[in-house]
Design a protein around this ligand. Structure first.
Ligand code: GLC
Length: 482
């Protein structure tokens, strides 16, 4: 089975969030299950050139972006048993950063079309094109409209995975018509229209053969108005083709037993884990004391992550007998919130306003609890890494957080963390307080939680199998159609 994944972020080439992590690990896991998975992405300026040392330019051709004829090169490179294709066009991708340019519609229209136009030239015939998020979501639309009559594209099935419904790639209708060469009839309310413009993501939601999102709960949530980002009725309409498959993490990449960034490596020996904590406390000028729980937050600073809840009860949080360590960057208001808090309460909170993978790992290894109170969370990866590093998550029961963290039950001793249901700062505060109590005074319960965490498997194994089932279902569909 040949599967081509198309996405705008793929670790280790380029990543700004969880999308890049998934594309960096899922293809490997699928190949282990016997698929032949390849990945295609734009050749951004940011991609470290060392990763391209052995890349070969395998195709050069011209892509029509509306009336424009644009150069397109395709580089091929192998890494860890996966073949990657990188789409080269300097006008579109030789810039710093990935998104946020005036001509993003044109840049990603080019990317979507280049993926399809490149297919006959790269020597890979996919049974399924699996596209991710809005940046690749127009591929199913183009395939079913402008490429439908071409023999080379017959029988190709498409899957769209939504990693975050909030980002929809909406541009003016004029712009969309111009860059895709699609007529006005494609921009009615039952077509790509969104807030008077046209949306890449909506196109994918309408035209992809199957839609997946990154947890079962999020798949249900987005069919309701609160989480649906104005797409809920469309998602209800497509509910028969919509499934939730929870993300995994790469267990080799995230392994406290192998992680070279850690002061002390460990797996289940909590005494060793605590060595990491003492080092971190010293480094961040917090009181060095094993008995005080360290609560970490590692995240992008955006509203989605529930940081408003923290802002709302900050003074109360600072009264708790715990130390907070924050790592991340993002919106200015949240950076300021944490900066000011660490100035005001230097013995309670340390804020590291940077995006640094090795520091993040050190913090997961050093902390006892991991806080992720998201407003919504399609899957969430932080809580999975936290558990792998034997750091107990405190989460709000939404999306993938709800599906991956089971609340600790004192009567049955089941559960892998602490959870609260409502988006309410005092519910969060109470839950954190309870976690601290357990950490300090109920060692038996704490031991139970850690041993439950140890029994869980959040590697890709099970979820990769679910994607394989989905691909097989699509293949049967083509077989019947032929
Ligand atoms: C997005 C979502 C996050 C998810 C990730 C990977 O970043 O916000 O919840 O884990 O995509 O699917």
């Amino acid at each position: 089975m040949n599967i081509l994944h198309a996405a705008s972020e793929v670790f280790p080439f380029v990543k700004t969030g969880g999308l890049g992590d998934v594309l960096g690990s899922l293809p490997k896991a699928l190949n282990k299950q016997g698929a032949n998975v390849r990945v295609i992405l734009p050749l951004y300026e940011n991609i470290p050139r060392v990763l391209l040392q052995n890349a070969k330019r395998i195709a050069e051709f011209t892509v029509q972006v509306g009336w424009r004829s644009q150069y397109c090169g395709i580089l091929q490179v192998e890494q860890d048993d996966v073949t990657y294709y990188l789409i080269d066009n300097e006008q579109y991708f030789k810039r710093s950063g990935l998104y946020g340019y005036e001509d993003d519609a044109e840049r990603f229209a080019f990317f979507n079309r280049a993926v399809l136009d490149g297919l006959p030239l790269i020597g890979f015939e996919p049974d399924v094109i699996h596209v991710h998020d809005w940046q690749a979501a127009m591929i199913p639309v183009l395939l079913k409209t402008q490429y439908a009559h071409l023999p080379a594209y017959q029988g190709i099935q498409t899957v769209l995975t939504v990693h975050n419904l909030k980002y929809q790639g909406t541009f003016s209708k004029e712009m969309m018509m111009d860059v895709f060469g699609l007529g006005l009839e494609y921009f009615g309310g039952d077509q790509l229209e969104m807030n008077d413009g046209g949306s890449f993501l909506k196109g994918g939601l309408l035209y992809a053969d199957k839609i997946t999102t990154v947890s079962k709960t999020y798949a249900d949530e987005i069919q309701t108005p609160f989480y649906g980002e104005q797409m809920d009725s469309l998602l209800r309409y497509r509910s028969h083709d919509l499934t939730g498959i929870v993300n995994g993490i790469d267990y080799d990449l995230y392994d406290p037993m192998q992680d070279p960034h850690l002061f002390m490596r460990y797996r289940d020996a909590i005494s060793k884990k605590r060595q990491n904590k003492l080092v971190l406390q010293e480094r961040f000028e917090l009181l060095q004391d094993e008995g005080i729980p360290v609560i970490s937050i590692v995240t992008r600073f955006v509203q989605q992550k529930g940081l408003d809840l923290i802002a709302h009860v900050l003074p109360e949080l600072m009264q708790l007998d715990a130390q907070f360590v924050i790592v991340g960057t993002g919106e200015y208001q949240y950076e300021q919130l944490f900066r000011q808090a660490s100035e005001q309460y230097p013995d309670r909170i340390s804020a590291q306003i940077i995006f640094d993978d090795s520091l993040a790992r050190q913090v997961y290894a050093a902390s006892d609890l991991f806080l992720m109170p998201s407003l919504f969370e399609p899957c969430g990866i932080g809580q999975l890494i936290a558990m792998r590093y034997r750091c107990v998550p405190i989460v709000r029961e939404t999306g993938g957080l709800r599906d991956t963290v089971l609340p600790y039950n004192e009567f049955t001793s089941e559960g892998t963390g602490f959870t609260f249901a409502n988006y309410n700062a005092h519910d969060m505060l109470y839950t954190i307080g309870r976690a601290i109590q357990l950490y300090k005074y109920d060692h038996q319960a704490w031991g139970n939680i850690l041993s439950n965490i140890k029994k869980n498997d959040y590697s890709w194994r099970k979820s990769a199998q679910k994607y394989m089932d989905l691909y097989e279902e699509l293949q049967r569909k083509t077989a019947v159609a032929v």
